[in-house]
Ligand binder design. Structure first.
Ligand code: NAG
Ligand code: NAG
Ligand code: NAG
Length: 404
């Protein structure tokens, strides 16, 4: 009893003393010391979803739709799954797109700086944990589990970068327990071998520019080769693939003047075999990644842009979600582009407060996470109707009232 009590007190103190982004040092001595003691969690769970039991998302970098669609290895991936031909990034540059894909907004971000999102902002991680669904992020060449630094490389070339690791950018995820779920690809392969993978995985390849493998600093050819070599063995791995849905897409287009339409493919055993090689031309964006996971596992929502986002069609068919169109961006003469951000806490153009989640929103029976309602529900703010139940999202050319 006494021992247990001491452990409790120590854990409580440790929690109270957590300072976000403590593990940022990149000198080899600091990295070696942190690596020697950094805890790694291998959390698993078995919560059944309506359309899939495991969700894997991989983002590649800065490529226009036509370039990716024309690459033979992306075409090979497409032949195995469903091509999303109207999937869009939400702004430029990279970091705010990653941030949006798990948090339902990018909070005015228009840069790739060392950003830290306030403790009181939730992500899909809170929604998953609320239902006991295990998760992990897998960052190629991150030096140890829970590393919070801006970047890391042992070769001088760009390698691991924080701006492509959305989980760590949110301070709410920097508790010791959550940091231990942020791992590198070495841990992915170890867990694959030991059948210890979680149910929700984000995977980010490194930024290598050596031409061998990358989704980042090199070309779409190199990205395609990497993805094919990564997924080809996995597609026939029954442990990995069973009831799994994989989304492979890009964070943003390379051209900043065009509509932000990127290539996307849904793969995995969860995709009905008669849909392999087909195209889905419904409107989606990075908020659809969250909405699809919410619909599949009947999660609560964040009360942000996740609520109105379209759920990927074949899953929506099973969950009873309806899809809505956004002709302003998918039409032949687009008037919306989703190519810039507006005011917010991270904007260098115009600062504005964190928008409060709209705690009154509900979609197909999914309500806002009770903890979010408790924290933000009674909060008096000027723009509580910033988030609406709409598939059309604001962008720099069409900002919400008060955020222009
Ligand atoms: C990956 O993370 C583990 C666990 O922290 C660490 O031991 C290992 O050295 C890392 N691998 C690489 C390639 O940095
Ligand atoms: C990135 O990872 C690949 C293996 O996937 C490796 O060949 C390459 O050297 C890594 N890049 C850097 C800069 O370390
Ligand atoms: C959330 O955190 C931000 C930044 O610290 C703060 O400005 C805001 O008042 C907080 N909101 C609530 C509801 O606690």
């Amino acid at each position: 009893m006494k021992a247990a009590l001491i452990i409790c007190v120590a854990a409580g103190l440790a929690a109270a003393q957590v300072s976000p982004n403590k593990y940022t040092a990149t000198q080899s001595k600091s990295v070696a010391a942190a690596r020697a003691t950094a805890p790694t969690s291998h959390s698993t769970s078995n919560i059944q979803g309506t359309a899939f039991d495991r969700y894997v998302v991989v983002f590649c970098e800065n490529t226009d739709y036509s370039k990716a669609a024309g690459d033979p290895n992306f075409a090979w991936l497409a032949s195995k799954g469903i091509t999303l031909s109207n999937y869009f990034g939400v702004t430029h540059p990279s970091q705010p797109n990653y941030v949006a894909s798990i948090g339902g907004d990018n909070f005015g971000m228009e840069n790739d700086n060392f950003n830290q999102i306030a403790f009181n902002v939730s992500t899909v991680i809170d929604l998953l944990e609320d239902k006991g669904i295990s998760w992990g992020s897998y960052q190629e060449d991150m030096p140890y589990s829970g590393f919070e630094g801006f970047g890391y490389s042992t070769t001088g070339a760009n390698d691991y970068v924080r701006k492509h690791h959305p989980e760590v950018i949110y301070n709410a995820n920097t508790t010791p327990q959550r940091l231990s779920n942020m791992k590198n690809l070495t841990m992915f392969y170890q867990e694959l071998k030991n059948k210890q993978l979680p149910q929700y995985l984000t995977i980010t390849p490194n930024m290598t520019n050596d031409g061998k493998s990358s989704c980042h600093d090199t070309s779409v050819t190199v990205a395609g080769q990497f993805l094919r070599s990564f997924f080809e063995p996995l597609l026939s791995d029954t442990y990995f693939m069973q009831d799994t849905l994989i989304l492979v897409t890009f964070d943003e287009t390379h051209s900043y003047s065009t509509v932000n339409r990127v290539f996307g493919v849904l793969l995995g055993d969860a995709v009905p075999s008669n849909l392999a090689g087909t195209e889905d031309n419904n409107y989606y964006n990075h908020y659809s990644d969250i909405a699809t996971v919410e619909a599949n596992w009947k999660l609560h929502t964040l009360g942000r842009w996740d609520v109105g986002a379209n759920v990927f069609s074949f899953i929506a068919d099973q969950t009873g979600d309806t899809l809505r169109s956004n002709d302003a961006i998918t039409g032949s003469n687009p008037t919306r582009f989703q190519r810039s951000s507006f005011a917010g806490p991270f904007s260098s153009q115009k600062s504005a407060p964190y928008p409060a989640p709209n705690t009154g929103l509900a979609r197909n029976g999914r309500t806002v996470l009770p903890a979010i309602q408790e924290l933000w529900g009674g909060y008096s703010c000027n723009y509580c109707d910033y988030y609406t139940d709409s598939v059309v999202i604001p962008d720099g050319d069409n900002p919400p009232p008060g955020y222009d």
